[in-house]
Design a protein. Structure first.
Lengths: 72, 256
């Protein structure tokens, strides 16, 4: 039972290493899907915005972690 | 386009190989700790049992992937790759910048041996059983990540076999080197590998999520190179900027 629990924790931590980063990424996907389905904006622009959003999310997650550790 | 087959295929193999190397090295450290402390029999039993369980999971769940429509599969796998890849990239940048410590196989080896000694002292059950269970857990948990990487990298374009070959090659290389040196593989540049894999998986993630959503990427598969280059450049810049240099604090203030 303990092994099963550890497997679940491992699977969970694979995608939730940083909860805020995970939420932002999922929000980006949801926003891209919304714009693709409900607007007539060229898909390339939506793709570019999505890619830039991912980059900003990584940068933000790294800077936040550095700031948290610098405070300790 | 030539790149669409050979390029993506070789990228899938390289990504699976590098990512699997990281995971197999981690599992090898624990199995080695078990083997040198309690003998190789429990270490092998634990390892083989975990590999059988992982193989069963692939045999049972693998064929189900073929029934999912390719765009849905690309979207789900793309999002998972993004989360996984960006997580690795974030950690690799933080380690390169010295914000969090590097992975130390020698330290993990010593800790695992200490834990095993403690557990065998405190429990009345067979010491070999406890040792075998430790090897089983290590191979199962690290193996799960390898299985995910193979599925994620391979399923988007029917590249499961090339990705699996990449992972198998990593297992063989690590095992051969491990048997030769017979100590933790602490000289493997784990963070550099993690950095590369984070970049590749993030690039694949953006690409497949976009394809799954219906984005027509300019240049088709070639854009993967562009995504990879930008993720790599950004990661290296971040690692440089956040090292314990005087200007890193300024950067933090400007981003508040």
């Amino acid at each position: 039972m303990k092994i099963l629990q550890e497997v679940v924790v491992e699977l969970f931590s694979m995608f939730m290493a940083d909860v805020r980063m995970t939420i932002f990424t999922l929000l980006l996907v949801a926003m891209a899907a919304t714009f693709l389905n409900f607007t007539s904006i060229n898909t390339v622009w939506i793709g570019a915005a999505f890619f830039i959003g991912c980059l900003v999310t990584v940068i933000q997650a790294v800077v936040r972690e550095k700031r948290i550790r610098a405070k300790k | 386009m030539d790149f669409s087959h050979s390029g993506v295929e070789s990228s899938a193999i390289i990504a699976a190989f590098l990512a699997s190397t990281v995971e197999v090295v981690e599992a090898f450290t624990i199995v080695l700790a078990v083997g040198t402390l309690r003998g190789w029999r429990p270490a092998w039993i634990g390892t083989v049992s975990a590999l059988i369980l992982l193989a069963l999971a692939i045999i049972i769940f693998g064929p189900l992937l073929g029934r999912v429509p390719i765009t849905d599969l690309q979207l789900v796998v793309g999002v998972m790759l993004l989360l996984f890849g960006m997580g690795w990239l974030r950690k690799a940048i933080l380690r390169s910048a010295g914000v969090i410590p590097l992975h130390d196989e020698n330290k993990i080896f010593a800790e695992e041996q200490a834990t095993l000694i403690e557990e065998t002292k405190s429990k009345s059950s067979s010491q070999d059983w406890i040792a075998g269970l430790a090897a089983f857990k290590a191979v199962l948990l690290e193996g799960l990540e390898v299985v995910f990487i193979i599925i994620a990298v391979g399923s988007g374009r029917n590249l499961l076999w090339p990705a699996a070959l990449g992972a198998l090659a990593a297992c063989i290389v690590v095992l051969i080197i491990g048997m030769l040196v017979h100590k933790p593989l602490s000289r493997v540049p784990e963070n550099t590998l993690k950095f590369c894999v984070g970049v590749m998986l993030s690039a694949f993630g953006v690409f497949w999520t976009g394809e799954g959503l219906g984005i027509a990427w300019p240049g088709q598969d070639l854009i993967l190179l562009f995504f990879g280059a930008i993720f790599l450049g950004t990661g290296l810049l971040m690692a440089y900027a956040l090292r314990d240099l005087p200007h890193s604090n300024k950067l933090l203030k400007t981003m508040k």
